[in-house]
Ligand binder design. Sequence first.
Ligand code: HEC
Ligand code: HEC
Length: 169
Amino acid sequence: MNSNPNTFPLRPLLVGIAAIALTTLVFDRARAGGGNFYPPVSDPVVVEECGGCHMAFPAALLPARSWQAMMADLGNHFGEDASLDADTNARITRYLTDNAGDRGGQRYAGKLFRGLSASQAPLRITELPKWVKEHRELTPREWAAPEVKTKANCVACHRDAERGFFEDD
Ligand code: HEC
Ligand code: HEC
């Protein structure tokens, strides 16, 4: 067996290199195509409460004012009652606004809010002018496909959406 003591530091070094390579890969992918990585929700309470009926949408996909408006009217959430107790609501509102696309998540949102005036607080990502523009080539038939059903079903077309990647695939 190789008993040369000089080979001992090799293993940690290799592990270090592998870790760097993986990180670079993830960031390269995130940047590929320009701004289509939106960090997945990292707060387990938000995942739990906002990921049951649909994917827990990344906070950077909407501006803070939209999250505020949505969280203030959860009893009337797209035809569903999604209301929460006051503490949970406050915690989720804080997470979503802190990481919103015009706050902490700004560097990820890129041009996503282009065409949106400061007075508009859309409740749907799928109504952002930039989102509509990015999806303009999809046909009514594609939207109506049984595996898609609704525009909000990002995962149907963006297979890596749960991991934050929304590329054309
Ligand atoms: C009881 C089920 C339910 C829960 C819980 C729920 N939602 Fe929703 N949500 C819906 C439905 C239904 C829609 C409309 C989906 C559609 O148009 O297909 C929706 C739509 C949305 C949209 C708009 C998607 C689009 O079209 O761009 C956002 C953003 C959203 N929800 C965020 C949240 C957040 C944040 C929470 C947690 C506080 C949450 N939801 C919890 C049912 C729920
Ligand atoms: C029916 C399939 C479909 C659904 C559902 C869908 N998308 Fe897309 N999305 C696409 C396609 C296809 C493109 C690429 C358009 C192009 O490159 O011309 C795209 C592009 C994008 C882009 C721009 C990516 C880039 O390369 O710059 C983003 C961001 C995005 N989608 C987010 C979302 C989000 C968020 C949802 C859910 C709220 C969603 N999409 C739902 C098909 C879909």
